[in-house]
Design a protein around this ligand. Sequence first.
Ligand SMILES: Cc1cc2nc3c(=O)[nH]c(=O)nc-3n(C[C@H](O)[C@H](O)[C@H](O)COP(=O)(O)OP(=O)(O)OC[C@H]3O[C@@H](n4cnc5c(N)ncnc54)[C@H](O)[C@@H]3O)c2cc1C
Length: 349
Amino acid sequence: MARSIAVIGAGIAGASVAHALAQRGHAVTIFEAADAPAQGASGNHVGVFRPLPSLDDSRLSRLLRAGFLRGHQLFATLPEARLGWTGALHIARDPKHEATQQRIAAGQPADFCRFVTREAASELAGWPVEFGGWWFPQAGWINPPSLVHALLAGLDVRYDQRIDRLADIDAEDIVLANGYEAPALVPDFKLPIRAGRGLVSHVPESTTPPFHIVATRLGYVTPAVDGIRCAGATSQLDDLDAAPRRGDHIENLQRLDLLLPGFGKALDPATLNGRVSFRPMSPDRLPIVGPLSASEGLWISGGFGARGLVFASICAELLACQISGEPLPLEADLVAAVSPGRFKTQARV
Ligand SMILES: Cc1cc2nc3c(=O)[nH]c(=O)nc-3n(C[C@H](O)[C@H](O)[C@H](O)COP(=O)(O)OP(=O)(O)OC[C@H]3O[C@@H](n4cnc5c(N)ncnc54)[C@H](O)[C@@H]3O)c2cc1C
């Protein structure tokens, strides 16, 4: 049955949940503190979209795979979203890591993940790299603001509406999707989400050699979109300073040099621009999705940390199924792994 549902936050978490709920016929209203969508962590110029396999096929790996596959399906229905499936190269840290990557890749379908030698990796990158690594042929980049816009198209979004008290909202259900600020709205639940400050450096395309894929190795670098490639990203817990710092750019350039030695040698950290935002970090790096109190119609989709673009669509699907009483799209152990109840918060299910 159609319900009236308020979603707080118009980032990738809120937009994905609102889209999934509206598709099921619910009457959704989104409340956003800013005057436009994607002004928080989901406002970065370019983000990386890729899975992360592991030897034991961990819960994180399974969830990222589900999110990666669900994302591909969903984005195909959103032609306004700007993205590129260029392939992504995850270069090994050292020979031991290279050997582990090779073992893991042996158990994966080749069109999902395969191991490439140093020579093949250098060829794919068009730049000499230090080691071989994983090649994810279907992975790539996303411009998150365009994805958020596409998800929100046609929905009732109220901008400049900061919610300070849930009691002010008139709806049958409320979904918290307000990033690192979610705990402040439900202090009784002691939600363990913390802010993870991060700066992405904006590297002008004209100052670097041609480079057309996504590459990662402790940091990442993307293809240029509108003349800017993104190199990231720093990470400082509980630091709410929104101003870019020169030291942030220096760190990102060090990451870039580890990734593609010499690629950024013409770059001067003093002249780079960048964007600071705050990841909603959960203690175990898994999202926090499900009922805070099903009986009171209080739900959350958040805690996406550094992987919001990959987590968002599968978490939205899960939450929409939970709210609508439909069969769930994930195995029971994964549903439990992301449940807010796992932290022994005061979730009143
Ligand atoms: C530097 C950096 C690089 C990243 N790179 C990648 C990447 O390459 N790939 C990837 O997958 N992920 C990446 N991430 C992570 C990803 O950006 C986040 O996980 C994701 O954007 C979080 O989305 P969200 O919707 O939960 O939060 P946000 O995008 O922060 O949205 C929360 C929204 O809620 C609003 N809000 C807050 N409080 C209230 C309130 N009380 N009332 C109304 N509105 C409110 C805010 O204004 C904001 O718009 C990166 C993050 C950072 C910081």
